[in-house]
Ligand binder design. Structure first.
Ligand SMILES: [Zn+2]
Length: 276
């Protein structure tokens, strides 16, 4: 999965760090990253602060082993040769290396979305400041403190004997997926599983059990994967507004996604391979 970068390790705890010439920079503007992607070698590079300029404003994001990542949206940078702006889709077209740089982009995306979305206090409209002791935005006027927000969501593998319930979304991602959705306020994640399967396919489920989770920065979410069995009637009544396909697919016929980045793909794969 995207977060499997072992033996490297992401350290996303709050820390006061200063940028230096070797710091990696996530320059993010208009939904795009400044990167160098070598399409022949399938290699990805981040610009260095020493090249972009040390006299602009940087925000420390996280480290992966001894590599520190900083964010800037400054206009006053020297764009290095061979670097261009890429969006998240460009990072998911093919496997790029090193893999931890791809995970870094997903994680940076989520953090930067949070920094940009909390520029102003949601209660009184004042300009927020960064806390000096933790990852938080603090309003200097009314004191409201905002922490990074992570949205819980579920991925559900519904099993019917030797078949798995596969779906395809009506818009966007074109490959096979599983039932998925966000948790509502006041709901347990097990209730999210039951509700989403009912809403998308009209099926009742039983024997809900947790599998694994995955941080998925694109929607600021933490995805929690569950397997369960269909309970009773297995005829599918598809939500045609959300899905264009929902079908029971025999184990051997499951077509996996092109890249092994997603929890969804891993869940489809272990079922296909009879590991469940
Ligand atoms: Zn305020």
């Amino acid at each position: 999965m995207i977060q499997d970068i072992s033996p490297k390790k992401l350290n996303n705890s709050y820390s006061v760090k200063s940028v230096n010439t070797n710091s990696l920079v996530v320059l993010f503007k208009g939904g795009k990253f400044l990167l160098k992607i070598d399409n022949d070698k399938k290699e990805i590079s981040y610009p260095l602060a020493g090249v972009l300029g040390l006299d602009i404003h940087y925000t420390y994001l996280f480290s992966i082993d001894d590599e520190d990542f900083f964010y800037t949206d400054s206009e006053a940078v020297n764009i290095p040769k061979d670097f261009s702006f890429y969006d998240m889709r460009d990072l998911r077209k093919d496997y790029l290396f090193p893999k931890h740089y791809v995970f870094a982009a997903f994680t940076a995306f989520q953090l930067i979305e949070w920094y940009e979305g909390t520029r102003y206090c949601g209660r009184c409209g004042s300009l927020n400041e960064n806390s000096l002791t933790e990852r938080a935005r603090v309003c200097p006027k009314c004191g409201k403190t905002v922490y990074p927000r992570i949205n819980p969501a579920v991925i559900v593998g519904v099993i019917n004997n030797d078949k798995l319930l596969l779906t395809k979304y009506r818009t966007g991602f074109a490959h096979n997926a599983l039932v998925a959705g966000f948790t509502e306020i006041g709901e347990s994640v097990e209730e999210t599983v039951t509700r989403e399967v009912m809403e998308e396919t009209g099926l009742k489920v039983k024997n809900i059990r947790y599998y694994k989770s995955q941080p998925w920065g694109i929607a600021s979410d933490i995805l929690m994967g569950f397997f369960c069995e269909v309970n009773g009637d297995d005829s599918i009544k598809m939500d045609e507004e959300e899905l264009k396909y929902a079908q029971w697919v025999p184990r051997k016929e499951i077509e996996l996604q092109p890249l092994e980045y997603s929890l969804t793909n891993e869940m489809m794969k272990i079922f296909k391979e009879g590991l469940l």
